[in-house]
Design a protein around this ligand. Structure first.
Ligand SMILES: Cc1cc2nc3c(=O)[nH]c(=O)nc-3n(C[C@H](O)[C@H](O)[C@H](O)COP(=O)(O)O)c2cc1C
Length: 186
């Protein structure tokens, strides 16, 4: 996995194996998943891995790291939002939410620095949906979901969500990962 803000490993660049090279060619949109805990804390995380998986009922799958705060919150409350970032200015939002909320997830953080929790929503303009999750004012569009199923797949968990509400906020197209210039693969 290549993370734009985490330190790289020292030494020469590694040879990328064929399967990984092919998977790096997959295309993704760029999304922000909004979530909340049972006690009312809120979070927002950057996610590529979001797709529709059923028309009737309307279901989506979002795929989340097993140790993400977001996954813990969705397991607690059973709700989340998906914000589609806009091609024009989604990059600024992506930068704001790319780090893990819990600093202990960042390599090299120890002591007090490791216990810090970042409020990634601070500085973003958003409303809270009736389900308590953030809907970004500057998204291209959004939808909200009730989590229906959790399926652990290796180091991530597939969360199947039943879509409960949603809308397009403004004209345009989605920001895609190729244009963002980052990658989430490995
Ligand atoms: C371009 C990009 C796409 C990402 N896509 C995903 C994803 O689909 N699923 C995921 O779990 N993490 C993804 N991440 C990493 C999460 O945003 C990151 O691990 C975050 O720490 C999890 O947030 P949380 O712990 O605050 O919930 C992506 C990171 C980048 C840079």
């Amino acid at each position: 996995m290549t993370h734009p803000q985490l330190p790289g490993l020292p030494g020469s660049p590694r040879e990328i194996p064929g399967p990984e090279k092919a998977m790096l060619k997959l295309s993704y949109g760029v999304h922000v998943i909004g979530s909340r805990s049972a006690s009312g804390e809120r979070n927002a995380m950057l996610a590529d891995w979001v797709t529709q998986v059923s028309f009737t009922p309307r279901l989506v799958a979002v795929v989340i790291e097993n140790d993400a705060r977001t996954l813990r919150f969705i397991r607690e409350t059973g709700v989340f939002s998906v914000n589609l970032l806009h091609e024009k200015d989604g990059m600024a939002i992506a930068r704001q939410v790319v780090m893990p909320a819990e600093s202990r997830k960042i390599k090299g953080r120890t002591g007090d620095a490791a216990n810090a929790v970042i409020d990634k929503l601070a500085g973003l303009s958003y409303a809270l949906h009736d389900n308590g999750c953030a809907v970004l004012d500057d998204a291209l569009g959004w939808f909200t979901c009730d989590a229906e199923a959790f399926h652990t797949t290796g180091d991530h968990t597939i969360v199947v969500g039943r879509v409960t509400d949603g809308d397009v906020v403004r004209p345009g197209e989605m920001l895609i990962e190729r244009d963002l210039g980052w990658e989430y693969a490995g």
